[in-house]
Design a protein around this ligand. Structure first.
Ligand code: SF4
Length: 299
């Protein structure tokens, strides 16, 4: 028997065991300088009938016992609310045991979308949104062409929370390079404090081929932050955080796995970074291991 099914090419690590469903292809923005994910894909909205056929295919393989679904690609909320609602209702009809249905969402799209439409999607069963902040520093956000200001980022996430979504916000360590790490840290802590999301997830910048920042680095226009700078930056961010979030380092790009519930675990998280910063001064092997990580490709 042969099946036709269109998979989203990317999903967060926390969705490793989720069924994957695709409502769009590519990224409608596609300009962020650090991102190589969808640079080769032309953006398209998939037809609702086509998506429903994929749901039928998944049902014929798994039966009705699916507990989790992740919906791609990069910004599913860009499709018409009516269409998304239709897809979600069909999904729950086929898989009545669903506990979690999540998607990537751009903060700018959340900022623009009327709260009533967000509530419709939440009511139809979309439960959690994965949102890329990367940095809270206004200048840096413009430089990396993220397409949203700190104010729009904050308002977008607040609106999603108000509509009842769980929010998972992504922070990109090292995006300020060696020069702007302090403004990156201060701006990011400020914005995250205003957002107070359910999850803060950190990744560390390792420029990937086909991303503009990789070309800038190759030309010497961007100097990658050293492991020590990245750790100092992370220390400064956590020190300034005043949130009630679960802080997670669930990605291979990170030098350290710093995790905990804030504010309760703040002290322990900070001392684990401090300990490694102290070791870095004399441990040559640790330095070499961290250096090797900077050249990981195809993340
Ligand atoms: S980071 Fe997200 S919004 Fe930016 S280009 Fe990549 S997929 Fe699109």
């Amino acid at each position: 028997m042969s099946f036709s099914y269109d998979f989203p090419p990317y999903r967060p690590p926390s969705e490793a065991f989720s069924m994957l469903l695709r409502v769009t292809r590519g990224c409608p923005w596609n300009k962020c300088t650090f991102c190589s994910m969808y640079k080769m894909i032309r953006f398209e909205r998939r037809k609702v009938d086509e998506i429903k056929r994929d749901i039928d295919t998944a049902y014929s393989i798994y039966g009705k016992a699916i507990p989790r679904v992740f919906i791609g690609d990069s910004n599913s909320l860009i499709i018409k609310t009516k269409d998304f609602q239709d897809v979600l209702l069909y999904l729950y009809k086929k898989f009545p045991n669903l506990e979690r249905v999540t998607s990537y969402a751009r903060a700018k799209t959340l900022f623009k979308k009327p709260i009533d439409e967000l509530k419709i999607l939440r009511k139809a069963g979309l439960t959690r949104l994965h949102i890329g902040l990367e940095t809270g520093d206004a200048e840096l956000l413009a430089e990396i062409k993220k397409g949203a200001t700190p104010k729009e980022m904050i308002e977008g996430v607040k609106k999603a929370k108000q509509a009842g979504f769980e929010t998972s916000v992504y922070l990109l360590l090292g995006i300020g390079g060696n020069e702007k790490w302090q403004s990156h840290a201060k701006g990011s802590a400020y914005v995250l404090n205003k957002m107070d999301p359910d999850f803060i997830r950190v990744r560390t910048l390792i420029p990937q081929p086909y991303s503009p920042i990789y070309d800038q680095m190759e030309k010497g226009e961007f100097v990658l932050a050293s492991p020590e700078t990245v750790l100092k930056e992370e220390y400064m961010i956590i020190e300034r955080l005043n949130v009630h979030s679960l802080y997670l380092s669930d990605h291979v790009s990170n030098y350290l796995s710093v995790e905990g519930k804030l504010p309760e675990d703040k002290k322990r998280m900070l001392s684990s970074i401090k300990e490694v910063l102290d070791r870095l001064k004399e441990d040559e092997e640790l330095k070499r291991n961290f250096e090797m990580k900077r050249y990981l490709r195809n993340l």
